[in-house]
Design a protein around this ligand. Structure first.
Ligand code: BV8
Ligand code: ZN
Length: 238
């Protein structure tokens, strides 16, 4: 399966992973596709918006509370662990769309959270920012300035944190191999990262049981779950 890319992997100075909800699927965290993408019959893509929050902050907070509870009880899986183990053999950067923090919990040391983190919060008015690892007693929670607190995630229609985005584009533009795992690449600008890598003649590999909009641009497409495919990458280096 890997013959065509084994040499590229072994010779790589830097491997960049672009990951999405699919890599956390086997940790029990729903993706955004199909029935997974529904919460109380609300479309996740609609709830993750500024308008939804200001229309009904209590509802949006209930959604994030439930997801945070689910995420805090979840464990990194063999896919997350394989990516962190690869750091023993080569420079690894993880550019993730996931807000679950499972890459870091698996031991990955260089993770850029493009869409924020579910354990981070910020004030809707002042510059208060913090981390929250327990249940909120009152929702929506209020800041000491009296205004409503919100999850420190990027909602649709909001720009990504520029500092993080610039770093992500730089890593993508300078990698030898990019491995795109568990993402439909339906959301921009994260879905442009493989294009930056391709422009740098990087070897592009995708791990996804299903086709994605960039499958035809890939040097190798592995149609299996990430928990099955990723540990095999480690064995290439052993
Ligand atoms: C922005 C955080 C500037 C919150 C998220 C019209 C056309 C094109 C673009 C737009 C448009 N209108 C607006 C836009 C821009 C918009 C966008 O891309 N919309 C899409 C829906 C069309 N983007 C934005 O708004 C971004 N900001 O562009 O700012 C701007 C400003 C104003 C106006 C215009 C532009 C902000 C985007 C970030 C939104 N926040 N998350 C939260 O999580 O609550 S996005 C969220 O959804 C995730 O973070 C992730 O990015 C995305 C879900 O995608 P995936 O992770 O790929 O998951 P998905 O379920 O789709 O797929 C899972 C895949 O895994 C599948 O392929 C499946 O086959 C595979 N899989 C399943 N199991 C496994 C597996 N693979 C391997 N192993 C398995 N076991
Ligand atoms: Zn405040």
């Amino acid at each position: 399966m890997f013959e065509s890319v084994t040499k590229k992997l072994r010779d790589a100075r830097k491997i960049v992973f672009v990951t999405g909800a699919g890599i956390s699927h086997e940790s029990g965290i729903p993706t955004f596709r199909g029935k997974d993408g529904l919460w109380r019959n609300y479309d996740a893509m609609k709830l993750a918006t500024v308008n939804a929050f200001y229309d009904n902050p209590k509802l949006v907070w209930e959604w994030y509370n439930e997801r945070r509870k689910n995420i805090l009880y979840a464990e990194p899986n063999l896919g997350h662990k394989a990516i962190s183990e690869l750091e023993k053999y080569v420079k690894v950067i993880v550019l993730t769309q996931n807000i679950d923090g499972l890459h870091q919990r698996a031991g990955s040391t260089e993770v850029l959270e493009l869409h924020g983190s579910i354990v981070k919060i910020k004030c809707t008015v002042c510059d208060f920012k913090s981390e929250i690892l327990t249940e909120f007693t009152q929702i929506p929670p209020l800041c000491k300035c009296g205004n409503v607190l919100r999850p420190d995630v990027v909602w649709f229609g909001e720009s990504l944190p520029q500092e993080i985005w610039q770093q992500a584009v730089t890593h993508a533009s300078k990698c030898d191999v990019m491995i795109v795992v568990g993402t439909s690449l339906a959301v921009s600008p994260a879905n442009t990262l493989p294009i930056y890598a391709k422009q740098n003649n990087a070897t592009l590999i995708e791990i996804n049981p299903e086709e994605t909009i960039m499958s035809s641009d890939m040097n190798l497409s592995i149609r299996s779950p990430s928990v099955v495919a990723l540990p095999k990458f480690v064995s290439i280096f052993k």
